[in-house]
Structures are given as C-alpha cells and as structure tokens.
Ligand binder design. Structure first.
Ligand code: GCU
Length: 680
C-alpha cells in the first residue's frame, strides 16, 4: 500500500506553477464580488507573484491585458469594450472569451462562470493572448458533473479505507475523523474546478456504521469538507444508508411509508441544510449487494427515492438513486437469470413515478465497469425520469492504476452512442437533459494523487468530458500534457508530447487486447479483481459467467435462444445485437455463445482472435515501456521512476493474462495457434 505522504510533498497534477505562466506574466483586472470572485483574484495574484504580472480589482495601474469580469458589475463598460450582450445568457457556470485591442476579456454572469473562465485561459496558456477574436461562449453541457468517493471514515477490514482504492488512504478521512490535512482537500478542490467537476460525494456508497453517522452527529466533519470545496464552486453530497432511521435514528423501521420515517428524514435533512446551506443532496445504493433498501418493507425504489427527495426538495437538493440493483446470490446453474437484465427489469416499470428531484444514476454498462460492455439499455428506457450516467474513473477492472489505461476514448464512445440509432439523441444528450454525469473518483492520499501518475489524466478527462462530451480524447490528453508536463519548457517538446500520446491514446484498447476477449468480461481474480483468473467467477453466485466449453464461449443473451436481454434495447440495437452476424466484434461474446471457429468481421476466427490480440497486447505494453524509458530526463525524476515501476508490473501482468487466457482457450478448444507460438 502507498503510505501517507508529507502534505508539503504532493504532486501538483495539472496545476503546477508553470501552468499559470501566461496569466501570471500579465496585468490582470478582476471585476465582481463574492467568494468565488475572490478565488479568481487570489489565483491571479498567486500566478502574478510567481511570474511578474499584477492582479488587482480596480482599473488604476498598468493597462490590463486580461480582464475577468462579471457582467453587470458597475464600471466595467470602461474596460470591457466587447458588446456584453453578444453571447446571450451564460448561465450559472458559463463564460465568454474575446480578444481585441491586445486585451483578453472573460465575461460571466455568475461567479462560478468567472472561475471556469479563468481556468480556460490557464489551459490556453500563451495562445489566449494571441490573435484577436470575437466573443465565444462556453457553457457546460452537463449541469452536474459529479465525483463519487468510495472513501470510508474507518479502515474497512477487507476493502481498506477507500473501497477499490488504488491510491492510498482517503484525502477526506483519517483515523476515524475528518483528515487534518485541509490543504490537501483545498488543492483537490482547485484541481476539480480546473477540469470542471462541480459536485463531490464524500463517502462510500456502501455506508457502514460510522459513515452512517455523517448524516447526524458527525455532520460537522462533512461541513468542514464543504467549507474547503466551496471556494472552488464544488458542492458536497453525502452517501446515506437507507436504514439510517433505524441505524442512527432509533426508529424501529425505515419503511418509506411509515408515518414516523418521513418526518425523521425531513428533520434530519433540515439539520443538514442548517449546517451546510449549499448541500447538494444524497446518494443512495439501496437493495444492492447487501445494502438495505425499500424491498425489505415490500416497497419499491420509487417509494424509497421519493421519500428522500421529498425531504430534500424544500432546499433544492437532489437524490442520486443508483440503478445498480441485481441478485448477487444467483444460482450459476440457472441459465435463465441474467444479471445484465436486472437494472432494466427493476427500474423501467417505475418510469414516471420518481419526483423531479430524483436522479436515477445508471452505470454506463449493464454489468459493472468492465473493459468493454454495451451501453446500458436503461439509458434508452426511462423517458419520464431524470437519469445520470455513472462512470468509474477508478480503474477497478482496467488495471487498478498499476496499468496505463487512458479511459477517455471509451467514455467518449459511450457518450456519443446513439441508443435509438443514427441521428437520434446520444447518451450524452440523455444525461445532459437529466441528471448529468457521475463517476467514481480515483484519488487518494498518494503523493501523485492517483497511484499511477498517468492515471491523473483520467480524472482530468472525466471532468472535461462532463463539461463538453464533444471534446476529442486526444485533444483532452493534449491539454493535460500541456498543463502537467509543460512541454514548451522541455528540452524536446515534440518527443515528450508524441511519446505520451503513443503510450496513452490507445492504452484502453491495449488493455482490452490482453484481458477478457470480445466483451465477455470479468475473468479477473475474485475479490480484489486484479490479474487473470479465467474461471474465477464461473461457478459463483455473482452472475458473471463466460460459459466456455470445448466447443465455444460467450453468453447467449438473444431473444431467440438466450436470456432475452437484447429485447431491452430499442431498434436498431435490439436487432443488431440479436444477430451474431451484425453484432460488433468487440461485443460478440457479451451477446452470443459462439463456436471457436466462428469467423469475425475481422476475418479471424474467435479463437485465433483471442491468441492474436493477447500476443499483440503484450507486445504493445513492451513498446510502451521502451517508449517511456526515452523520457528519462524529460520528466520529473520522481514521476519517471513511479511510472517505470508501474510499467514493469503492467508488463508482467499483461504476460500473465496472455499466458493464462491463451492456455485456457487452447486447452478447451484444442485449436493450435495458426502461427505456432507457445500456448503452454
Ligand atoms: C462493484 C465494486 C464494489 C462496489 C460496487 C458498486 O461491484 O466491486 O466494490 O461497491 O461496484 O458500484 O456499488
């Protein structure tokens, strides 16, 4: 495990001082009032102190080169010559940027917009001070861009402190209390604001005994975190236990229709808002993997979610109610039960019954953050409900922050997917019209925040894609490289940038190549989920099977002969996925059980594809490692050393995956490799 760092020795991630060079060497004027505008001024002053510029609130002094102004502030007309109305309403967080007469102007209607505008200029660096251009408006596509921390206050005996955490302990909690290192939390808030995240849930969705009390007598701890996040426009949310009325309220029941339970939630929530007036709301995992929920009382998820929503409504709070509900005690012998169907089966009958301030939070795939899954059919099936789409920045099933796996290309693919077919709305549209995006955070108290320094890019990219899902993953990576590595100041900027792209751009597909093939999923070691174990989950109650036998592999989820899951999709996907001929190769084994000699669109047989991709994946990891070695001397030695060490482990692990998966399918099928490579 990574030990807790000296707080003064934390990696600056995408906000090293050099990221502010362009802003800090200018004369900056800030107009407007309020705590977030104060943050803008403080940031500008910090930058200017390092790079010789000036940052001030009034126009006396050197001619401004960068003006950051709230529209409507008295006196701005004298310095802002752009037509302030040119860009229309900018909303709570939007901003407009223009450049003319050697002055770059950022305008916003609300203070949060000004803060996002400042970070926009930081991202642009020198180019923000280049050619003149008319006003361009930027508004977030998703209103709520949330990170869910799976942090426990206490150290859990099996999971450690952060459930599925690969970056050390929690930055919020230490020794059973709010973490004493507040500077770390403030630094986090700043990083989040700079990539666009605006909401954080501060504890694990599995709410254990101590954590249940955050809602009541431990509320001060939550308030402290809220105080640290607020200056950067980030609101706090809390995971609550559905049985809280019993666990911490002393009531005999948590039945949502009980006459004492309703007032208990109302009063408890009133106390939360009295202490944290901008509190965001509750996040709930109910009737899922052993967590309590409305089912125990014969009620459904709408009854449960509406109970909490009603308590939050007077304050504008929301309930994020997770749709990750399935039977984790199923019988593996029963081929008709299909975990992939569960969320749709449970939630779509409730469409239209949820209050306005309920957001049903759906994992992007029907299973569980696998390396490859189809988009969850729930996303297309609840037009009368606000939906949020959930990602996992934390790399539980994608190398656990020991492997390089840049996830933005995958999220981008999911966000652009059109559940009703070409030309229809995208997943991003559904989330934008509903509850936005949520993702499980990957940070901890590791000195690099994320264990693997290159995993910082996933956090950055999540925020950026939540702000604007149209951004291209490689452009987002470029932004991240510019901010984090300052290539302009390096001895070989091209080599640095090109090498990072070569290592990261395709790293998710590389990971896919050497792990579970063709969308079949899992094949990981049960429990901790790291490394290969092809049959590890095959005869367990978890509903995660591949059904490999001597003739073939894959899960028959068709309507014709399988579990009927394909019928949960609207056309055209219900038809595309139903057909082994039309189903995309990368999802073939998710939807179909096929023979090993089944020929893919690529022209290869299934079994030869498995061999080829596994060998290729290992070769690509070796190439990554060699490439990284060429960056010695071009990046911070501590980062270089940490990444080198992780790449060595990735290389070892990829080889292990390759050998086990290939040996497994060779032994099952008896089919030799067409190229005679060793299969053990
Ligand atoms: C996964 C993960 C669990 C987590 C669960 C969830 O199954 O392994 O640790 O609690 O997802 O999303 O609730």
């Amino acid at each position: 495990r990574v030990t807790s760092p000296d707080p003064t020795d934390v990696h600056p991630a995408w906000l090293p001082p050099a990221a502010f060079r362009a802003v800090g060497s200018r004369h900056v004027l800030v107009y407007g009032d309020g705590p977030l505008v104060d943050t803008v001024l403080r940031e500008a002053r910090l930058a200017c102190a390092a790079y010789g510029g000036t940052a001030r609130r009034c126009a006396d002094g050197p001619a401004a080169q960068l003006v950051l102004a709230l529209r409507g502030t008295p006196g701005i007309a004298a310095v802002v010559r752009t037509d302030p109305a040119a860009t229309g309403g900018l909303g709570d967080e939007g901003y407009a940027v223009t450049r003319r007469d050697e002055v770059t102007v950022v305008l916003a209607d609300e203070p949060a917009g000004l803060l996002h505008g400042l970070f926009h200029v930081v991202r642009l660096g020198e180019s923000a001070f280049g050619a003149p251009h008319p006003a361009r408006a930027y508004r977030p596509v998703m209103r709520r861009r949330m990170l869910d921390h799976w942090d426990n206050v206490d150290v859990h005996p099996v999971m450690g402190q952060v459930e599925r955490g690969y970056s050390g302990g929690s930055i919020f909690w230490r020794d059973g209390r709010a973490h004493p290192d507040r500077a770390r939390v403030r630094a986090y808030a700043r990083l989040l604001a700079a990539c666009g995240v605006n909401a954080v849930s501060v504890n694990n969705v599995n709410v254990h005994a101590t954590e249940a009390r955050l809602l009541t007598d431990r509320l001060d701890d939550v308030a402290e975190i809220a105080d640290d996040l607020r200056p950067y426009g980030v609101r706090v949310h809390l995971s609550v236990n559905f049985a809280a009325p019993v666990m911490v309220g002393g009531l005999p029941t948590a039945d949502p229709l009980d006459e004492k339970v309703r007032p208990w939630w109302a009063e408890t929530t009133a106390r939360v808002y009295a202490r944290i007036p901008d509190f965001g709301g509750y996040l709930v995992k109910a009737d899922s993997e052993g967590q309590p929920g409305p089912f125990s009382y014969g009620r459904d998820h709408a009854d449960g979610a509406n109970l909490l929503a009603e308590a939050l409504a007077p304050y504008g709070g929301v309930v994020h109610w997770r749709a990750f509900v399935y039977d984790h005690r199923q019988d593996w012998r029963d081929r008709s039960t299909d975990r992939a169907r569960a969320a749709h089966d449970h939630f779509t009958p409730l469409d239209g019954r949820f209050r306005d301030n309920v957001v049903v939070q759906v994992k992007h795939g029907p299973l569980d953050f696998q390396t490859r899954e189809p988009v969850s059919p729930v996303i297309a099936a609840m037009p009368g409900t606000r939906l949020a789409v959930e990602f996992q920045v934390m790399q539980e099933y994608t190398g656990q922050q020991r492997h390089v796996c840049y996830l933005a290309p995958w999220w981008h693919e999911v966000l652009r997917f059109t559940p009703w077919g070409d030309g229809g709305p995208t997943v991003a549209d559904v989330a934008a019209d509903g509850g936005g995006l949520a993702a499980v955070s990957n940070v901890g108290d590791d000195p690099f925040w994320t264990g693997h320094p290159l995993a910082q890019a996933n956090l950055y990219a999540y925020g950026r894609l939540a702000w604007d899902p149209r951004l291209r993953p490689e452009d987002v990576l470029d932004e991240w490289i510019d901010l984090t590595f300052d290539p302009a100041a390096s001895a070989d900027p091209d080599l640095l940038r090109r090498t990072l792209h070569e290592i990261m751009d395709d790293s998710w597909r590389t990971y896919e190549r050497y792990t579970a093939p063709l969308g079949v999923g899992f094949m990981v070691r049960p429990g901790h989920h790291y490394g290969p174990d092809v049959d590890g989950y095959e005869y367990t109650p978890w509903g995660t099977y591949h059904f490999a036998d001597r003739d073939g592999v894959g899960v028959d989820r068709t309507r014709a002969t399988g579990t009927g899951f394909t019928g949960q999709y609207p056309p055209p996907w219900s038809r595309v996925y139903e057909s082994p001929e039309r189903c995309p190769d990368e999802l073939l084994l998710f939807f179909h059980h096929v023979r090993y000699d089944h020929v893919l669109h690529s022209g290869s047989t299934v079994v030869q594809h498995i061999y080829d991709t596994h060998f290729a994946g290992v070769a690509q990891v070796t190439a990554m490692s060699d490439r990284w070695a060429t960056l010695a001397g071009l990046v911070d030695p501590a980062v270089h050393a940490r990444v080198s060490e992780r790449l060595a482990e990735q290389r070892r692990s990829a080889q292990e995956w390759c050998d086990q998966v290939n040996a497994y399918f060779h032994r099952k099928s008896g089919v030799p490799d067409a190229y005679g490579r060793s299969l053990y």
